[in-house]
Design a protein around this ligand. Structure first.
Ligand code: DGJ
Length: 712
């Protein structure tokens, strides 16, 4: 809800409110927190003096010397701007041209500023989303002058808060260790969370939180490229959060009459980090995931990558697919190695044509898989090109490169120049052709390197990285529009591009190449702080684990993978009869409870980054059941009395409590009330004995429970 009362504008969602004061040429935040219904008495919230306000934007060129939200280089080279608020109104929201955005929503508060000397108009818009307690923020800059200007930075969001006692939480990592949560006090300084790698990156996810006891402000960017979030506390007692495109290396020329739109940012307030995360997940489900997929149960897949890597034959693929069918999977995904002359990672990217000598004919292979009763899915890595490829030989000019320099390879590959419409057109045709040839039900869209040599001969250098991302979005928009029934899964060497921009087109993303259950539980816990479980691809893979060498029971691997969209990724033809029957039981169990697991309300248990135990609980939307997984990270000898606490069950409801067994059966433990289960600490007695520690080195100790509601 949005209302204007005199000089005040109140933006309210179901549980939160933001209050802005707009007068005298400027706008100020006066309040952001729990729901308030009226602005009466708001003059009490005024700052001590005019120079100490809480601002929604801070163009460089004033006496504010903190991190600026806007920096413009004018035609004469100067960078000072003087923007004065000329309008504050409730207006229809303007969508950011060419960018993914929050779907739905209504009007916004539009703040219009003008730099009279330069004839520039800056608009900020803040749109409250009632049901999921989120506010969407963006900006645009229009040049109404006679000379071009260069935007050197422009934030999607600037939030300012009273207080200098916040901590800053970020989700950082690398390949195989994505989205590890880190929290540090801001003290009187500035913290940066940013990507310089061309994509949102595994190094620093764009999701951040400012926290202090009882208050959390969380922000994410609907963007897949270089991003930067800064949090800065000053000694006058204010904290500033800025989020947007990373200004490093960025500049964008705005010609007279042109407008530049920032990506959208989403902001939530909550009383705790856990509540902020729940609101973010809700926002993603309601406003980011393509509506066709948001409420749709996702298939259980089998992927051949870790089972075969590049070395497969048609027979091998068909025998894995046959096993996939036997255990009850629904989708078979043929991963890397089916195209060009691709026998390793040194060739063929760009040649999206059947490697018939290896596949025996990709179309008929797909038909045979379908004849088994499985859907067929396929891997592609469209943004890349191998030097050893027909595409490169024909079109070296399609490559991202700096003239007269040899571009750097990573994983032996170069990148295509998606800023070039010719390349977008080529990929649209090539990938459409793949999808049509194999009648794909699913496409895994991989991206296995970061960007270097970010340049082409026609694009202005400072614009390149953003133009690349705009090109990627244009391509994804065309493909997903042409193939609305195809389930796209994003991937980037695992979870190296896990962001809201990707999720706008592809409803799920491969969370990490690290499938070791004891590492995955943390990676998924970090990811779930901002993203719903239905967006996280999660596979059961072989033991010992291919990445870490750790052994884990099939039960542990399955229980952890149930925290996302379940798949299996190993050579199922090498599995024993006992393993196959356990996998069949797992898949049957998962399918019975899939709606709850994939689409239920997710609550983290314990603290994957702090406690020595963690897990998750998912509760069906109708409350009829819940499933919990509890994991002990370490076993210490002579430490007994291990315990866990549930959360997320319905207070006042009575449940039958079952322990889920590895054969898919359930053992009734007791009946208990949600109140007790949510509050008391539960014994995990006997959990070590349930895992064979001699068979499994450094294992995760796991137990799965199901709660069946039997009354209130
Ligand atoms: C990286 C992905 O994360 C893997 O799952 C697999 O698809 C490989 N690329 C294939 O090259």
């Amino acid at each position: 809800m949005l209302s204007g009362q005199g000089n005040y504008f109140l933006l309210s969602t179901a549980h939160t409110s933001m209050l802005l004061f707009c007068a005298d040429g400027r706008a100020e935040y006066r309040y952001f927190g729990e729901l308030v219904r009226d602005t009466a008495g708001a003059e009490l919230l005024a700052p001590e003096w005019e120079g100490r306000t809480l601002l929604p934007c801070s163009p460089w060129g004033s006496t504010d010397f903190r991190e600026p939200s806007l920096l413009i280089r004018h035609a004469d080279g100067s960078v000072a701007s003087r923007f004065v608020l000329t309008g504050a109104e409730i207006a229809p929201r303007v969508l950011p041209a060419g960018l993914p955005h929050a779907c739905g929503g209504g009007d916004c508060l539009r703040l219009t500023y003008r730099d009279e000397a330069a004839k520039l108009v800056l608009c900020l818009q803040l749109m409250p989303l009632e049901a999921c307690d989120a506010i969407v923020s963006s900006a645009w800059l229009k040049n109404e002058g006679e000379y071009a200007v260069e935007i050197e930075r422009i934030a999607s969001l600037q939030l300012e808060l009273w207080g200098k006692d916040f901590s800053f939480t970020t989700f950082d990592g690398a390949w195989g260790s994505e989205r590890q949560r880190h929290t540090r006090p801001l003290a009187l300084g500035k913290c940066e969370n940013a990507s310089y790698a061309g994509s949102s990156s595994a190094f620093h996810n764009p999701f951040v939180m400012l926290t202090r006891p009882g208050e959390t402000y969380a922000c994410n960017l609907i963007y897949s490229g270089n991003h930067r979030e800064t949090a800065e506390a000053d000694d006058t007692g204010r904290t500033r959060l800025i989020a947007g495109i990373n200004p490093f290396g960025f500049s964008w020329r705005v010609e007279p009459g042109e407008t530049f739109y920032t990506p959208e940012a989403v902001l939530v307030y909550a009383q705790s980090p856990a509540e902020a995360s729940a609101r973010m997940r809700n926002f993603v489900m309601t406003h980011i995931i393509p509506p066709r997929w948001a409420d749709c149960e996702r298939p259980v897949l089998v992927n051949n990558w870790e089972g075969t890597y590049f070395s497969f034959t048609r027979d091998k693929i068909l025998s894995i697919a046959a096993r996939a069918r036997d255990v009850g999977a629904e989708l078979f995904v043929l991963d890397d190695g089916w195209f060009g002359r691709r026998d390793d990672d040194t060739s063929s990217l760009g040649d999206w044509k059947d490697y018939a000598a290896k596949t025996g004919g990709i179309a008929s292979l797909a038909d045979e898989v379908r004849a088994m009763g499985l859907q067929f899915g396929i891997w592609v890595e469209p943004e890349m090109i191998s030097e050893d490829s027909d595409l490169y030989r024909a079109h070296p000019d399609y490559t991202m490169r700096v003239p007269f320099r040899k571009p750097l390879t990573m994983r032996n590959q170069l990148m295509l120049n998606l800023a070039d419409v010719r390349v977008q057109d080529y990929l649209f045709e090539a990938i459409s052709n793949v999808i049509q040839t194999v009648k794909a039900a699913y496409v895994k869209w991989d991206y296995n390197r970061y960007m270097t040599d970010c340049f082409d001969a026609v694009t202005r250098g400072g614009e390149y990285c953003h133009r690349y991302i705009l090109g990627l979005y244009a391509l994804l928009a065309r493909l997903t529009e042409r193939f609305p029934g195809v389930l796209f899964e994003g991937c980037a060497s695992g979870g190296g591009r896990f962001d809201l921009g990707v999720l706008f087109y592809m409803p799920q993303i491969w969370t990490s190449d690290n499938t070791d259950a004891r590492e995955r539980i943390r990676i998924q816990a970090g990811t779930a702080c901002a993203y719903p479980q239905s967006s996280m691809g999660a596979h059961v893979s072989a033991s010992p684990n291919e990445q870490t060498g750790n052994r884990n029971s099939l039960y542990a691997r399955f229980s952890v993978a149930c925290g996302g969209v379940l798949g299996y990724e190993s050579d199922l033809t090498a599995a024993s009869e006992a393993e196959l029957s356990e996998i069949s039981a797992q898949i049957a169990y998962y399918k019975r409870h899939r709606r709850t697991l994939q689409l239920g309300e997710y609550t983290p248990l314990g603290d994957a980054f702090g406690d020595d135990w963690s897990g998750y609980l998912v509760r069906a939307a109708d409350g009829s059941e819940a499933i919990a997984v509890v994991c002990l990270h370490e076993k210490h000898t002579e430490v007994f009395n291990r315990r866990a606490r549930f959360a997320g069950l319905e207070d006042g409801a009575r449940y039958r409590v079952y322990r889920v067994e590895k054969d898919g059966g359930e053992q009734l433990l007791t009946e208990a009330d949600g109140d007790l289960l949510n509050r008391a600490s539960v014994s995990l007695g006997g959990i070590f004995g349930e895992t064979d520690v001699r068979e499994n080195s450094n294992p995760l100790y796991v137990r799965m429970y199901r709660f069946e509601r039997i009354g209130r």
